[in-house]
Design a protein around this ligand. Structure first.
Ligand code: TYD
Length: 207
């Protein structure tokens, strides 16, 4: 089987880093140039996404391994039914969270082990990796401030600050290990400046 033809860009980072805003701005930039763009998110946009979200984000206590497997199940269905088909027709796919979120939150945050969680995700995705990952990096004080202002705090956002510090470091370590496949941006800057850096990086890797 030949690999997918489109371009796959993942957005990662802590809660409140502005991923959704930046995904929207990038989609606008690419559509203005005539690209076929698919914007999608995890957990949520697979066929089982709504049920997975209800359990992992809004439900009660859950074993960390069950949590990791549910995110992976959502990802498997998402790749098979949304991401791969879009890439195969040549689209640009922008995904709000992907494998790195599982490695950072479940592998590091929940203490399941980064490598083990990476292996579960590799199984779930059949090895499909983003061409570029945009990491929106925000320090813990700014993260807490933004999350508190948004009002509703989900099961994962309720974790204490030191857990979020470790999650942040895990994202940064993943980026540092493969710098050619990552763009790390300081998410505390103005949304317009952040968007400009992202557009330049994506234009460089576009087919
Ligand atoms: P969501 O409401 O989509 O908001 P945002 O991505 O803007 O923070 O929340 C998704 C939550 O799920 C977020 O706290 C991170 C968490 N998450 C994981 O813990 N593991 C994963 O694999 C994914 C995809 C998300």
């Amino acid at each position: 089987m030949t690999g997918p033809r489109g371009l796959f860009v993942a957005f990662e980072g802590g809660d409140g880093a502005g991923k959704t805003t930046q995904l929207g701005l990038l989609a606008e930039h690419l559509r203005a140039q005539g690209c076929d763009v698919v914007v999608t998110r995890e957990p949520g946009d697979s066929r089982i996404g709504p049920q997975v979200r209800a359990i992992v984000l809004d439900g009660g206590e859950l074993d960390p391994r069950a949590e990791a497997l549910l995110f992976a199940a959502d990802r498997a269905d998402h790749v098979a039914h949304v991401i791969r088909p879009a890439l195969e027709r040549g689209a640009v796919v922008l995904v709000d969270r992907y494998i790195d979120s599982s490695i950072a939150y479940q592998g590091e945050g929940r203490g399941l082990g980064r490598d083990q969680v990476a292996a579960i995700s590799a199984f779930a995705t059949g090895g499909l990796e983003p061409d570029l990952t945009v990491l929106l990096d925000l320090d813990e004080a700014a993260r807490r401030d933004r999350v508190e202002r948004q009002g509703y705090v989900d099961r994962i956002e309720r974790e204490p600050g030191h857990v979020h510090e470790r999650v942040r470091q895990a994202f940064l370590d993943l980026a540092a290990a493969q710098p050619e496949r990552y763009l790390v941006v300081d998410a505390a800057r103005s949304p317009r400046d952040v968007a400009a850096d992202i557009a330049v990086a994506v234009d460089k890797v576009r087919p």
